[in-house]
Design a protein around this ligand. Structure first.
Ligand code: IMP
Length: 182
């Protein structure tokens, strides 16, 4: 596999399509086992998680449902920085078992905002499932119940993840090449 360049940045292969596929088989099986007597609702966070969510969802065999939301960020008037707002949750989730599907949990700010807004709708349970987890970047402590891969603090693209809009359609995950690796 070769290095690729996006917006003048060089990325090297990191997690192959095959490794992703094998890991998602395991995650889908874990979810099937945890939810064997239930019918969960997956809430996929756009844009980044749409490919992961589609692959995971297809591999699950319990009678699951799926819906999609976006999280907007706008500059708040307070000095606390960005405020995140949940957009597009038009699905009835009251009393349901909800699984949030993310591409990556980085600072935790997005998941934190999602959890508090989804909890307001009074689901029966909420779990977080992410393809990638970067624990060393955490600014807010958030629960991650299911994670595909724990990765170090390196920017990644591919398999849904982007750099300024590009890279989402790459089948493998690539990481930004740093000078130590040059
Ligand atoms: P958080 O709110 O900091 O946890 O960030 C979550 C969002 O930031 C993810 O859903 C991604 O869209 C984006 N993000 C964080 N790290 C990366 C990365 O390495 N590559 C691409 N997007 C990322």
């Amino acid at each position: 596999m070769q290095e690729i360049t996006i917006h003048d940045k060089v990325f090297e292969p990191y997690i192959t399509e095959e490794q992703i596929n094998t890991r998602i088989d395991v995650l889908a099986h874990e979810l099937d086992t945890s939810y064997r007597d239930a019918s969960p609702v997956l809430i996929s966070v756009l844009n980044g998680s749409f490919i992961f969510a589609a692959d995971l969802f297809r591999k699950m065999t319990v009678p699951a449902e799926i819906t999609f939301v976006k999280v907007s960020s706008y500059s708040g008037t307070q000095t606390t920085g960005n405020v995140k707002e949940l957009i597009g949750l038009d699905y009835r989730i009251e009393g349901r078992d909800v699984i949030i599907i993310e591409d990556i949990v980085d600072t935790g700010i997005t998941i934190h905002a999602l959890l508090s807004q989804i909890k307001n709708r009074q689901p029966k349970s909420i779990k977080v499932c992410t393809l990638l987890n970067k624990p060393s970047r955490r600014e807010i402590d958030v629960p991650v119940h299911y994670a595909g891969f724990e990765i170090p603090d390196r920017f990644v693209v591919g398999y849904g993840l982007d750099l300024d809009g590009l890279g989402r359609n790459l089948p493998h995950i690539y990481q930004l090449k740093t000078e130590h690796h040059a």
